[in-house]
Design a protein around this ligand. Sequence first.
Ligand SMILES: N[C@@H](Cc1ccccc1)C(=O)N[C@@H](Cc1ccccc1)C(=O)O
Length: 732
Amino acid sequence: MADKEDPKNGKMGKGKSKVVCGYPLSIFFIVVNEFCERFSYYGMRAVLVLYFKYFLRWDDDLATSIYHTFVALCYLTPILGAIVADSWLGKFKTIIYLSIVYAVGQVAMAVSAIHDITDSDRDGTPDSMTFHIVLSMVGLFLIALGTGGIKPCVAAFGGDQFGEHQDRQRRTFFSVFYLCINGGSLLSTIITPVLRAQECGIYSKQKCYSLAFGVPAALMVVALVVFIIGSGMYYKAEPQGNIMLDVCKCIGFAIKNRYRHRSKQYPKRQHWMDWAEEKYDKLLIAQIKMVLKVLFLYIPLPMFWTLFDQKGSRWTLQATTMDGNFGALVIQPDQMQTVNPILILTLVPIMDSLIYPLIKKCGLNFTPLKRMTVGMLLAAIAFVCAALVQIQIDKTLPTFPSTSQSQLKLLNMGSNSVTVKLPGNDALILPAAQASNDYYMFQAGQIDISFGNPEMTKPVTLGSGQRQTLLIPSTLSDELQMTNDLTSKPQEGNNAIRFVNGMKTAVNVSTAAADFGLIEPFYYSNYSQIKNGKATFTLRSGSQSCEYSTNFGFGSSYTFFIHSTLVFGSNCQDSVTAVEDIKPNSVHMALQIPQYFFITAGEVMFSVTGLEFSYSQAPSNMKAVLQAGWLFTVAIGNFIVLIVAELAKIPKQWAEYVLFASLLVAVCVIFSIMAYFYTYIDPTEIEAQFKKKINEDDEDDKSKPGKAEVEMVKRDSIKCHDEYDKATQTKM
Ligand SMILES: N[C@@H](Cc1ccccc1)C(=O)N[C@@H](Cc1ccccc1)C(=O)O
């Protein structure tokens, strides 16, 4: 293995790769592979829930739980991939085989989304949904196995390409690796939703999920091909037997042996793992100590991911209650997530070329563990920002009735004004075709309402916890109609729209996005969800029609009242009154940018550093295992989100954000104490010293057969500890 620059062939690092600007060329294939793989993964994920909902026709609950199960599985399978790589196939072969599994999974997803396959009656809907469900579940399982399995291997394999004296280049590699992840994910999260929106099909045209899954599948094949092209240049570390089994047996033996020798008559050993010395190789024991030390340090880390992963859920929900109009650009709530990869692409180079060198120039030793601690604090600040934004949003939200209350709005459907008296309120004059400005609050139950001249009184029952609109007919002696209105903001930043027909004839109302159906005279339609922007409604009665256009923001609810005076064939713009039931969102989505900035700055300091730290502190035969340990912290973090959200049940969202921020600060304090006592190691140096010693011992054994073994074990043990200690000098 050539480890230093070879002047004859200009090679540096461990592989057979040429060196470009001090970096092995093989790295190029690895980062391109990562770019394509992450494009494939995030692209497929971006449309997955919609596929479940609109193609497989699952309800929201099933769609989201299968989605989260899939994501959790993707972070659990790295353990499998790492064990296979470090114990059996080696990283190179594991990446190749699991990438094939992954690509097959992506192709299965693309095929499962072709509706024509089972659409024998050609009506545009699959006839055998079971076929599509089974194929897509098999596809998702293979993808989870593939993406999770290769994840710890690719990062560690990249790290392997660098020689002992290329620490700086290896650190830069992990930054570039992270940039590629985010470049790929950014592009795909923008592109695949556009592909999905296309219409495609053989017999009938439908939303093109097969294309939205097909392009990620193609990118995964490209990732595999690129990786294979680089094959001749890689340094491929050989797996060293079933290392995980050896590790487990060795730990088991140490515990048993310690227990057997628990009495005071046996001298103490420096480390509990030293109780395995009677049976196991000292090198293996030293390697296990290295891994255990790092894994112990990982214990508090899931809390970071608990906060980090909420930007995809809670923060997106927060964005649905905000205004995404950026002038020429209108941002949908879920698109706000792309701020993260965009910021990564700018912050990683800034940190690496400006901030870190500047900190170094100031004489500060900004070690990896210090960076990770600062990263955690930044994530906590991000959540404080999220809480402040939430407080602003809460101020603009309507007050909905509690379970014992009821709210009532009045809408005069007649062409004359009407005087209405509500209990506890002054008489109100409602002009023709107008609604009261706001809802009146009552205790739920029955109230008497008086209106008209001569005055007539009618009893009205108000449902508990409900918002209702009383439709006052043009002929006051006619029956009163009550509608049930929304008692929460419409979902996903959409606008909830309905029509009330004040005409004597039935009217059909539709837009490109929704059909309100035929609305009977003096009656109302159901709510339909309309996206922000301009919407044009076509009002039709028999062969006659007219159009009504209006602009929508985000998260509003309107009742459109069609006047009795409307004349079809003419402009109906003035014959429809828009009654605002829920105001559009008014807090701008730009206010989320600070929280995205802090969480992303935290991610750069925590995640990029952690990736490199996990590599540099792992013994040579357990690099992938420690990467998998790192990814396992992500999986645990995801579970904590579910547990805390379920247990805490905090009614105020801003308070939940503050709780998460405080928990992270507390965990951060614990982590910094643990980090203070952590001593950085150079695994390569330790391993080299052990190997040298084992060779020397072999020589000794040959010359002095039959010497007192126990004495030697003791002596070796002390010597090895000294060597281990020498190589572990740097503190946090
Ligand atoms: N910043 C994320 C990528 C991302 C892209 C689009 C929306 C949100 C996030 C990133 O770099 N992810 C890395 C590292 C990671 C982070 C969290 C959990 C596991 C791994 C990745 O490898 O995907």
